[in-house]
Design a protein around this ligand. Structure first.
Ligand code: HEC
Length: 119
């Protein structure tokens, strides 16, 4: 409490001037309408593939989040890891994925982001 109070007592004029300057600057920015907003990296696209699971993943796996999440999975992750992941998306988050599409999607994921990538 002592800091701001002393500041006000000793420099009332300077404090007022600073406030006025800050307000003026704020207005200038608002009037120009120019703002730079840096968003976190999102909108990462799925890596294209000729595997049938690619189209299915496009349909079912990037509605809630971008493909960024896939990039951050361990590249050594085996097939079972991706199976568990797709299962978790379905059961926990109710991802609308048909049971019949799961093997293709898992195949695409493990070959594109996991342990079965061509190296
Ligand atoms: C209904 C929404 C929804 C759909 C559809 C969905 N996900 Fe997710 N996914 C989430 C949410 C929410 C998280 C964040 C979970 C967390 O932070 O624990 C997530 C996180 C992830 C992650 C990051 C790792 C992790 O454990 O958090 C991966 C990988 C992933 N999803 C893969 C998939 C795949 C593959 C599909 C398609 C089969 C899919 N998701 C479809 C909601 C969804």
């Amino acid at each position: 409490m002592s800091g701001p109070a002393r500041f006000r007592r000793v420099w009332p004029g300077a404090a007022m001037a600073l406030c006025a300057a800050a307000l003026a600057a704020g207005n200038a920015i608002a009037q120009d309408g120019v703002r730079t907003i840096v968003l976190p990296p999102d909108g990462v696209l799925l890596r294209p593939s000729s595997l049938p699971g690619y189209a299915k993943a496009l349909d079912h796996c990037v509605a809630c989040h971008s493909a960024e999440y896939f990039q951050y999975q361990p590249p050594s992750a085996p097939r079972g890891y991706w199976e568990a992941m797709v299962k978790r998306m379905r059961t926990v988050f109710k991802a609308p994925v048909d049971e019949a599409d799961v093997p293709d999607i898992v195949d695409y994921l493990v070959k594109t982001y996991g342990a079965e990538q061509p190296r």
